[in-house]
Write a protein that binds this ligand. Structure first.
Ligand SMILES: *[C@@H]1O[C@H](CO)[C@@H](O)[C@H](O)[C@H]1NC(C)=O
Ligand SMILES: *[C@@H]1O[C@H](CO)[C@@H](O)[C@H](O)[C@H]1NC(C)=O
Ligand SMILES: *[C@@H]1O[C@H](CO)[C@@H](O)[C@H](O)[C@H]1NC(C)=O
Length: 125
């Protein structure tokens, strides 16, 4: 039996297609003060047990690359920090690997949903 007010199925097709073709959900990254990070180097990290942090993972100079080629791509850590690694020449002229940790941005604009690592996020660090 046909329902009198039902739309023909083909009318739904464009809607279904546009949902299927939509780009994957993209999260913006924010500083603790709510300012959006517009640098495309900063991308949302994998969800490590509810973390929602962003790190500068999108850089062409790979992790561990030479600092003479600019900033290197960082790695997301399960604790919410970002690991930065690069190669440089120290004051003795030796080639050395340097690693440093950053607390970067978070996908929650108000930093208040539990997934943001609030280390050094206030006025005191
Ligand atoms: C928010 O913090 C970021 C990073 O410290 C800074 O670059 C930006 O200017 C700040 N925005 C405002 C409105 O204070
Ligand atoms: C990664 O960075 C490049 C610029 O270096 C930018 O064009 C690209 O859109 C960024 N990727 C994402 C997923 O935002
Ligand atoms: C995830 O977080 C919960 C709550 O903080 C904790 O009990 C659990 O051990 C964590 N699991 C992992 C794999 O870190």
């Amino acid at each position: 039996m046909k329902r009198p007010n039902a739309e023909p199925p083909y009318l739904y097709l464009p809607i279904i297609l546009s949902i299927l073709l939509a780009p994957p959900a993209f999260s913006e990254c924010y500083y603790p003060n709510g300012t959006i990070e517009t640098n495309p180097a900063y991308q949302q990290c994998p969800d490590f047990n509810g973390t929602r942090m962003c790190c500068a993972t999108n850089r062409s100079n790979p992790f561990g690359g030479a600092d003479t080629n600019g900033w290197t791509a960082n790695k997301c850590l399960p604790n919410g920090l970002c690991l930065d690694g690069f190669t440089t020449i120290n004051t003795h002229g030796e080639k050395v690997q340097v690693q440093q940790y950053w607390r970067d941005t978070c996908t929650s604009q108000n930093w208040d949903d539990g997934g943001c690592l609030k280390a050094c996020a206030g006025s005191v660090c």
